[in-house]
Ligand binder design. Structure first.
Ligand code: 5AD
Ligand code: SF4
Length: 456
């Protein structure tokens, strides 16, 4: 199979991304790593010389979904083969990590299976396919850190960017596959994070979201070998010229710290919007989930954050129907939600993941009970989100403009709370932040006027 080199003609690469923001980041980095050997992104799988399916294993019938998508991609690969064109088909991400061998057995037409920690080796894998024509599987957890081998990011004009600073998890919540698919917790060194942030800013990113499965457990080393906290890292990032906004996700209540709360008070660039998953409001269920904290502990951090930064808004994740969850446990979740008042939240029915302790726990609940609880919870969360959006009407918030709106003369941006905001404004404001008077709440967004344009 021919393999492109930097001197041969360009090849087309199509990446399909499922799952979390870290997968979005990984997909972008896979494109960066394949660029020096001639691959350029295409939106059309039918014309791609290489297709990467970047998968997610967190919930539902993850593996089945992958096999069904692979069936579709196989047809594309076969059609191209008939026309004498080769397609390298790669499966990446957490399903690849967890089900690598199964993929090779059930979908032998797949050329590369690679886990989330090995994609820096993609050029070498492509070369191996070209040499030997055999399937390549790379799902080990290498001793080298992939970040040491990745080129600088290359996506131009990306006004908002993700930057992975921490990966993996050692907490082993009983329901979660992440510790098995992403490996042990590790933090990138400070210098490596700052170098990537500078490269992103240079290419236009005014807003950077720091990513990690337990991002507030960050403890990367400084040049002189000292561990640095997330709060200190944020301080260093805030000092970089051109960076207007900093966010981080996903945090764990157990890794909250006073210096991070303090950072929210002191650093204007740090957005007052925090995703802090609690999963359940029942102490019994939190214990069964092996979360390592109780509902009261979570509430204490929310109070501290609100005291430090009165305009802070909280987002969370919830699981309903965890094994053994009674009506009373579910009621505890509903009352925690009422107590906190969330600006936004994600909620899921418990989904047994193979190999995790909860999958075999007694007290698995029927789907109709899970459905009913999810419905009730989502109803409450939706009304809280509506009320939160309503509180911004008639207020002035800073909006970072990221693109043209759908209507003529309209531009669109993000509030500090990630709501889309539409205004009539000049395109030259794209990439800049402006105070906006919010005048209306639309279905999934807010409408307003740029403050300077007002006569008041
Ligand atoms: N079932 C349902 N939801 C899950 N999550 C993680 N594992 C499961 C599971 N087995 C949810 C958690 C987590 C989010 C990323 O996905 O709420 O915070
Ligand atoms: Fe999964 Fe728990 Fe680790 Fe989050 S903290 S990634 S839910 S094991």
């Amino acid at each position: 199979m021919p393999v492109p080199s930097s001197t041969s003609s360009l090849r087309k690469l199509h990446v399909i991304t499922w799952g979390c923001q870290m997968n979005v980041y990984d997909s972008a980095r896979m494109q960066d790593v394949l660029k020096p050997i001639g691959y350029r992104a295409t939106a059309f799988p039918e014309e791609a010389d290489m297709i990467i399916l970047n998968t997610c294993h967190i919930r539902d019938k993850a593996a089945e979904k992958v096999f069904s998508e692979l069936g579709r991609l196989r047809l594309i690969k076969q059609a191209r083969e008939k026309e004498g064109q080769q397609t390298i088909l790669a499966v990446a991400g957490c399903v690849a990590q967890a089900e690598g061998k199964e993929i090779l057995t059930r979908a032998p037409y797949v050329d590369i299976v690679l886990g989330p920690q090995t994609y820096h080796r993609l050029p070498e894998m492509v070369a191996r396919i070209a040499r030997a024509g055999k399937t390549v599987i790379e799902t080990d957890f290498p001793v080298e850190q992939k970040f040491d081998f990745l080129p600088a990011p290359t996506t131009e004009n990306q006004l908002t960017a993700f930057l992975t600073i921490q990966e993996g998890c050692d907490k082993f919540c009983s329901f979660c596959v992440v510790p098995y698919t992403r490996g042990v917790e590790s933090s990138r060194p400070v210098s490596s994070v700052l170098a990537e942030a500078r490269a992103l800013i240079k290419m236009g990113a005014g807003e950077i979201t720091l990513l990690g499965q337990n991002v507030n457990a960050y403890h990367g080393l400084t040049e002189d070998g000292q561990p640095c906290t997330l709060a200190d890292l944020i301080k260093s990032l805030a000092a970089l010229p051109g960076l207007k906004r900093i966010r981080y996700t996903t945090s764990h209540p157990r890794d909250m710290s006073d210096d991070l709360v303090e950072a929210h008070k002191e650093i204007p660039a740090l957005m007052p919007f925090i995703h802090l998953p609690v999963q359940s409001g029942s102490n019994k269920i939190l214990l069964a989930m092996n979360r390592g904290h109780q509902a009261g502990f979570y509430m204490e951090w929310i109070e501290k954050l609100k005291r430090a930064r009165p305009d802070v808004a909280i987002s969370s994740d919830f699981i309903v129907g965890y094994p053994g969850e009674t009506d009373k446990d579910f009621e505890d979740t509903m009352s925690l939600v009422k107590q906190v008042g969330f600006a936004q939240a994600y909620s899921f029915k418990y989904s047994p993941r193979p190999g995790t302790p909860a999958a075999n726990a007694p007290g698995q609940l029927p789907e109709d009970v899970k459905d009913e609880r999810l419905y009730q919870l989502q109803d409450l969360l939706r009304s809280q989100q509506d009320s939160f959006n309503q509180t911004l009407v008639n207020k002035v918030v800073n909006v970072y403009f990221t693109g043209k709106g759908r209507k003529d003369g309209q531009i669109t941006g993000r509030s500090p709370y990630l709501q889309p905001v539409h205004v009539i404004g000049d395109e030259t404001l794209i990439g800049q932040e402006r105070p906006v008077y919010i005048s209306q709440q639309l279905t999934n967004s807010l409408g307003g006027q740029i403050k300077e344009l007002e006569n008041t």
